[in-house]
Ligand binder design. Structure first.
Ligand SMILES: C[S@@+](CC[C@H](N)C(=O)[O-])C[C@H]1O[C@@H](n2cnc3c(N)ncnc32)[C@H](O)[C@@H]1O
Length: 487
């Protein structure tokens, strides 16, 4: 059965998930977490119509009601569901998670149809079979006479579970007072005997306050692109001051790896996605007898006159061509993760590497947002990662990098990781604060976090409470085997 929302959207399938917490504080924290996940990710999924997050009046349960255009959409969402929601049963303080999935049946409207939602009830009745659940839905519909005029009554929508064994009613009132006066109305008793006869076990009734309502994100049609720029805002590269801080944080580690590479001097070097150029310049300065080619789609921050042995080339590395075996060292830092097919890029880079040459690749592996130590950290990180993914970044690629180098036939493959996140270093905090000040508004505008959450997150930077480990920069390097006669 398909119903429609006030906005005219078709609802063919609805899920209710009740998360029972060990105590009220935990439940409240869960409402924030669940709402953030819906804003950051679920509202963007195909077929999502709306979600409502409720907190039970006794403070111990969170109920999410999610409307989908069809059961297939709901199932697909469940399959690639966010880690946060999947991990709920394992979270400390969560006692149980129960799910109801069903279809809407015709309900009744009250006079306060357009009123603010004060109290809702989630009433589950267990019956023997589908026809009993449908009888309950008909009884509710038939009782609409006095209810449709009861002050403060908004509506009641019944749902029948997919297996037909559970009937769920979802009535709403504008306030607790209107709920009590409705319940105390003697006409409410009519039909209760007929209902009780159909039930196989006592009903479960949960009174809740509505915490938030989340509608589907407006459909965006981003242009197809082979890569993202590394910036939260589409179609812009990271601002120069962000790139400079990025270099300050990661140059010491990268230069240490390059210095320690054994074997032949760096003669012909290539940097892929050179950004603001610190590493290309360093290579040019430390190997004056060699040459450096720095490639980026945006070369606006690169100075071709910075060194005589430096060439700056504006090109997309997924389509640029170089002669096979023409470089002794290729470096790509925080670039491959932005490509739609980093493995294919790795193969291309390898073909440009001379026998005996070294490939050094560094990319991030983001740790699950659900494990962040604060609710606001979880919201921000989830929103950030979601936004970067929408722009084409694969933020788990770094983890697969060492295996990819070994699989590609490189030898002496080695790995090192550098932690990143709030409180990991003063530069980390500076970089995160700058990025969020410059680009955090895109997350707020996109409805993924609130302005309040962004402020709270920024306020926690530099404090012990704000400390977190959000990502690891995975550095991996390996050598193309030398030709047999060179060994
Ligand atoms: C996060 S920045 C890293 C810059 C630099 N590698 C560093 O570590 O300081 C990513 C850079 O990769 C560039 N980039 C992304 N995709 C690219 C592509 N397909 N071809 C060339 N450059 C690309 C971006 O323009 C940006 O300068």
């Amino acid at each position: 059965m398909t119903a429609t929302t006030a906005a005219g959207k078709a609802v063919g399938h609805v899920t209710f998930e009740e998360v029972k917490a060990s105590r009220p504080g935990v439940a409240e924290e869960l409402t924030t977490l669940i709402a953030a996940e819906f804003r950051a990710r679920v509202r963007h999924l195909a077929g999502f119509v709306s979600a409502r997050i409720h907190l039970s009046l006794d403070g111990t349960s969170v109920v999410s009601r999610v409307e989908w255009s069809s059961e297939e959409h709901s199932r697909a969402a469940l399959r690639d569901g966010g880690a946060t929601l999947h991990a709920l049963p394992e979270r400390p303080g969560v006692v149980s998670v129960t799910t109801f999935a069903g279809e809407p049946a015709p309900g009744i409207q009250g006079p306060a149809e357009a009123g603010p939602v004060g109290v809702v009830a989630v009433v589950k009745r267990h019956v023997g079979e589908r026809r009993d659940a449908e009888t309950l839905a008909r009884l509710l519909h038939a009782s609409g006479g006095w209810k449709s005029e009861h002050p403060g009554f908004i509506s009641a929508t019944p749902y029948v579970s997919l297996d037909g064994a559970t009937y769920l009613n979802y009535p709403q009132w504008v306030s607790e007072e209107s709920f009590h006066s409705y319940m105390d109305d003697p006409r409410n008793a009519a039909g209760q005997d007929a209902i009780a006869v159909l039930e196989t076990e006592p009903p479960e009734i949960l009174l809740c306050a509505l915490v938030t309502h989340i509608d589907a994100a407006p459909r965006e049609h981003p242009p197809a692109r082979a890569h993202s720029t590394g910036s939260l805002s589409p179609d812009t590269v990271s601002p120069l001051d962000q790139l400079r801080l990025f270099e300050r944080k990661y140059d010491p580690g990268t230069t240490e790896i390059l210095r320690r590479l054994p074997s032949r001097p760096r003669r012909r070097c290539l940097e892929l996605g050179a950004g603001a150029g610190s590493m290309a310049y360093w290579l040019a300065d430390t190997a004056p007898e060699g040459s450096v080619v720095a490639v980026d789609t945006d070369t606006g921050y690169l100075d071709p006159d910075r060194a005589g042995n430096l060439t700056v080339r504006k090109a997309d590395i997924t389509s640029a061509t170089f002669a096979p075996g023409s470089f002794d060292l290729i470096l790509a830092r925080a670039v491959l993760e932005h490509l739609t097919d980093p493995d294919a890029m790795l193969d291309r880079a390898l073909s440009w590497l001379a026998p005996g040459g070294w490939l050094v690749v560094e990319d991030f592996y983001f740790l699950p947002a659900a494990d962040a130590p604060t609710a606001v950290g979880r919201s921000l990180l989830e929103a950030y990662v979601t936004r970067m993914r929408e722009h084409g970044a694969d933020l788990s690629w770094g983890r697969r990098l060492p295996a990819a180098l070994a699989r590609a036939g490189l030898t002496s493959v080695a790995t090192r990781v550098t932690p990143a996140g709030p409180g990991q270093s003063a530069v980390d905090d500076e970089l995160i604060a700058l990025r969020m000040r410059q680009e955090g508004h895109t997350l707020v505008d996109g409805g993924q976090v609130t302005a309040g959450e962004l402020d709270t997150f920024l306020g926690l930077l530099g404090t012990s409470e704000g400390r977190d480990l959000t990502a690891l920069l995975v550095s991996a390097w390996g050598r193309r085997p030398p030709d047999p006669e060179e060994r």
